[in-house]
Design a protein around this ligand. Structure first.
Ligand code: 3PG
Length: 204
C-alpha cells in the first residue's frame, strides 16, 4: 500500500474524545478526503483509530508513533499505516513485521539514508516549514531519485501547492482542516469545507 497515493492531503488529527472520530471521518469523506492520521498524543487516539477503522471508505493511520510497542497497539486497533515524527529503526522493523507501511519523519539526508536502508520508498518531512519549505525538499530529494516525500508541519492551504509542485511530493499533511477547536465545537461542516478546499487546491 502506498499511503501517499491514497489521497494528496493527509489530515493530522488530535482527538480529545473518541466520540469525535466517526463524525470527523464522515466530514472528511464528505470533503473528498479518504485518509486520516490519528495521533497518539491523547488517550482518545487509540480508541479513535479503532472507531475510524470501522468507517467504510476511510483509511486510518496512526501518528506520533515513537516506540515499537506503539506499532502493535495501533495495528491491533486497526491502523493501516504508521506515521512517526522521526526515524527510529526499531519502529520501522516492527512495522515491517506487522505488514503496515511506515512513514517516518526525516529532516536530514542521513535519516533518509536510514529509511532507504530499511527498504522504504516513502517518508515524511517534519517539520517541513521550519526546515526550509519546498526548497529544502527539492534539495533533500535530489540524491534519492524515486523516493517520495510527504511534508508535514507548517503546511497550509496557501503553501501546499508549492510543495505538490515538486515531482517528489505526491501528498502533503497538516492539521488545518481538523483543528481541535473545530472538533471540540462539532463544526463538521467546516471540516468538510476545508477538506474540499484542500482537495481542490491539490487537484486543481
Ligand atoms: C503535526 O505535527 O501535528 C503535524 O505535522 C501537522 O502540523 P501542523 O499542525 O503544522 O499542520
Amino acid at each position: 500500500m502506498s499511503v501517499l497515493s491514497t489521497c494528496p492531503v493527509v489530515p493530522v488529527v488530535v482527538l480529545d474524545s473518541a466520540d469525535q472520530a466517526v463524525p470527523l471521518g464522515e466530514a472528511l469523506l464528505a470533503g473528498g478526503i479518504e485518509v486520516v492520521e490519528v495521533t497518539l498524543r491523547t488517550e482518545a487516539g487509540l480508541p479513535g483509530i479503532a472507531a475510524l477503522a470501522g468507517l467504510a471508505g476511510m483509511t486510518v493511520g496512526a501518528g506520533s508513533v515513537v516506540l515499537p510497542e506503539h506499532v502493535d497497539a495501533v495495528v491491533d486497533a486497526g491502523a493501516r499505516f504508521v506515521v512517526s515524527p522521526g526515524t527510529a529503526v526499531p519502529v520501522l522493523r516492527r512495522c515491517a513485521v506487522r505488514g503496515v507501511p511506515a512513514l517516518p519523519g526525516v529532516a536530514t539526508a542521513s535519516e533518509v539514508m536510514a529509511c532507504v536502508a530499511e527498504g522504504l520508498t516513502e517518508v515524511k518531512v517534519f517539520p517541513a516549514g521550519l526546515l526550509g519549505g519546498p526548497a529544502h525538499i527539492a534539495a533533500l530529494s535530489a540524491p534519492f531519485p524515486g523516493l517520495r516525500f510527504m511534508p508535514s508541519g507548517g503546511v497550509g492551504p496557501e503553501t501546499m501547492g508549492d510543495y505538490l509542485a515538486l515531482p517528489s511530493v505526491p501528498a502533503v499533511s497538516g492539521s488545518w482542516m481538523v483543528g481541535r477547536d473545530l472538533l471540540g465545537a462539532g463544526r463538521w461542516d467546516e471540516v468538510t469545507a476545508r477538506s474540499a478546499d484542500a482537495v481542490a487546491r491539490a487537484t486543481g
